[in-house]
Design a protein. Structure first.
Length: 318
């Protein structure tokens, strides 16, 4: 288990319990279970206390936890017959964006998401979830396909933002993001977006301009990272805690502002402590969201989606 900075006291207690059990396993006639169980209870109480009052910066750290389930984990667990489709038919394939045809609850759909990778090699392959223009153009192609065949679109968002490199800018990064956002508004099929980790800047909005936008309890969604915001406003990236509070980037803040529709509860200690439970919870929320949209006409879906985003900024600011 990888522990975050603020979880150090928890790491100490759980480490001691593990050491006790290891000692008991090696030594005959040494009963340590009672002491280890007491440490477990203490760790559980501390975990509840920590995660019951996370501030915005700590939620940011949890959202970035390397052991949270990634897009590929959700696709493997929730979708059957997944057939990945590659390339944008213009430049190449972007491994930061994965997507294709699949079946969700035995019904055909299109699934698209950002993939960060789970170890050093895969993170480099997937560019840490930072998409290039060809990734957004691949998503546009998949959304066009879904619209043509009347398939619902499900997007899984986990990105610090679009890739800001020179090559990406030369190939039209901002235009590709704008076109992907436009395509989200145009398709006449249900579109459900789930922010499973980080929802960073336009790189996230390009997949999240949806009929239903939901967030995991400890995920974040913002126009800029706390560090980037602090560098611009205070010329000091170390003021990221103040920036995180000012950005109102937590699921709870965004629900009160009307930016998202629902919050998916996470297991105690975050999705990284029980990925299977977190994935099941997301699956239930996707099912509920698609049920709400089932039977709506294409024109109604487009109109409702457009009105949803035009209405933002009218709630929760008083």
């Amino acid at each position: 288990m990888t522990y975050l900075d603020f979880e150090k006291p928890l790491a100490d207690i759980e480490g001691k319990a593990e050491e006790l059990r290891a000692m008991g396993a090696k030594t005959d006639n040494l009963d340590v279970e009672k002491e280890a169980a007491a440490l477990d209870r203490k760790a559980g109480a501390l975990l509840r206390d920590m995660y019951g009052s996370l501030d915005a910066w700590r939620k940011t750290q949890v959202a970035r936890h390397p052991e949270r389930p990634h897009c590929s984990d959700y696709i493997r667990a929730l979708f059957a017959d997944y057939t990945p489709l590659a390339g944008d038919r213009t430049f190449g394939d972007d491994h930061a964006v994965m997507g294709g045809l699949a079946r969700f609850n035995d019904a055909p759909c299109v699934v698209i998401g950002h993939e960060k990778g789970s170890d050093t090699k895969s993170r480099i392959t997937h560019n840490f979830g930072m998409a290039r223009p060809e990734g957004y153009r691949k998503a546009i192609r998949l959304m066009d396909l879904a619209d043509r065949f009347g398939l619902p679109v499900i997007t899984l968002i986990d990105t610090p933002g679009a890739y800001p490199g020179k090559g990406a800018e030369e190939r039209g990064q901002s235009e590709a993001i704008a076109r992907a956002t436009e395509k989200c508004l145009q398709i006449g099929v249900p579109l459900v977006s789930v922010i499973i980790g980080e929802g960073g800047s336009g790189g996230a909005v390009a997949f999240a301009t949806a009929n239903r936008v939901v967030m995991l309890e400890h995920s974040i969604y913002s126009v800029i990272s706390p560090e980037g915001c602090a560098s611009i406003l205070w010329k000091d990236a170390e003021k990221m805690r103040e920036a995180a509070e000012a950005l109102r980037l937590t699921a709870q803040d965004l629900k009160s502002l009307g930016v998202i529709d629902n919050i998916v509860p996470e297991p105690l200690g975050g999705a990284q402590r029980d990925p299977i439970a977190a994935i099941r919870a997301v699956g239930k929320q996707i099912t509920a969201s698609l049920k709400e949209l089932d039977g709506k006409q294409p024109a109604d879906l487009v109109r409702d989606r457009r009105q949803k985003f035009l209405s933002m900024g009218q709630k929760g600011l008083g």
